[in-house]
Design a protein around this ligand. Sequence first.
Ligand SMILES: Cc1cc2nc3c(=O)[nH]c(=O)nc-3n(C[C@H](O)[C@H](O)[C@H](O)COP(=O)(O)OP(=O)(O)OC[C@H]3O[C@@H](n4cnc5c(N)ncnc54)[C@H](O)[C@@H]3O)c2cc1C
Length: 383
Amino acid sequence: MNIGIAGAGIVGRLLAWRLLRLGHKVTLFDNDIHGDKSAGWIAAAMLAPFSEVASCDPAIFRPGLAGIKQWRTWIAELAVEVNETIEFKVNGSVVVAHHSDHADLQWFFQRLQAISEVPKDHVHWITKEKIRALEPELNRFEQGIYLPQEGYVDNRQLYRALAKAIKNAGGELVDKTEISDVQCGLIWSNDKSWAFDLIIDCRGFGGKKSLRSFRGVRGEVLWVKAPEVNLTRPVRLMHPRYQIYISPRSDNHYVVGATEIESESIESVTVRSQLELLSALYSVHSGFAEAKVLEARAHCRPTFSDNLPKIVKAPGLLRVNGLYRHGYLLSPTLVNSTLAVIDNKPPLNPVGLHELGAAFKQSSAKTATKATTLTSTKTEIPS
Ligand SMILES: Cc1cc2nc3c(=O)[nH]c(=O)nc-3n(C[C@H](O)[C@H](O)[C@H](O)COP(=O)(O)OP(=O)(O)OC[C@H]3O[C@@H](n4cnc5c(N)ncnc54)[C@H](O)[C@@H]3O)c2cc1C
């Protein structure tokens, strides 16, 4: 098929890459192909099914673990294709708490023990000796939790590698194009339109006006460079308002996040949030005192009312969205589900499928070349 994808965030570019490998013709649109306007670019890209399931729907747990497995294969394939290294580490994460927040640490441990999906032998309560053995510089904490199956991916290396792989495979990247509407078989940028056999709308929070029961959940992060800090795995600090994590990158860079605020503002990071993130950071390791703050960024996590991803299917159009906090953890499942739906198969758990209008046919949009004769298809999740 000739497929147009609106939005080159983590979902859009991953789908483009996989569809090209399956032999489809793909054109990928974004107002900033580089990725700077996407939530996936600023995200910490932690792969943390254990930490996340403590406060999210247990349905994300197994697909999250499967997602890590899928990333391992995909990243190996991608690295060979583009002849570049993409940092992807699954060497566990450490959860710690200051003395005053110990009850939160205990709650977190008990919560993981209580969730039936979670294998208990992969959740370890650890004392200071083990914390030091894992992370010698984490010397302020007496107790913690070790989650050996968690990891992270360097999202920015991944974005660049995917763009390169898409180009190498003959995909077309249409940059600096603000999409004003996406309809069955058509992508619109103001009065200009492009026709395809199938459109896949992957605009994340930017697709909000076409979806019902959908919201943005604001998150703020800091990107810092800390030459005096050497952490090798993500560290999560229990915090009275939200858990704060520090996700390492090469060359002593760290992503520090993230606030979670029920707001759809993507305005600059507030003073309050910066104070909270920075003071939590310094409280974990004094070496962060001399760190340089490279970026302070905010974006909205694209979220349906049940916080789970969905595919909304109409003739010639799929809207693929709702990854919430789990863009990296669940995008392999969402992308494989989208490929399944294109193939008229059901999506994988926990991806919801909502069908609108006539059954989707691969050739349906070929008739939709006369843009002016089409009425807008607002895809709404039936309540
Ligand atoms: C602070 C923060 C931290 C996070 N940390 C993690 C984490 O550690 N682990 C994890 O798994 N997930 C994390 N996430 C969640 C993850 O970033 C999102 O779930 C994921 O990025 C959603 O992917 P997406 O492709 O649907 O949307 P996006 O990544 O936002 O991509 C959407 C794309 O569409 C484009 N677009 C939108 N509207 C238009 C338009 N009108 N015209 C043209 N282009 C348009 C945008 O420019 C963008 O490139 C985090 C999110 C935030 C905000």
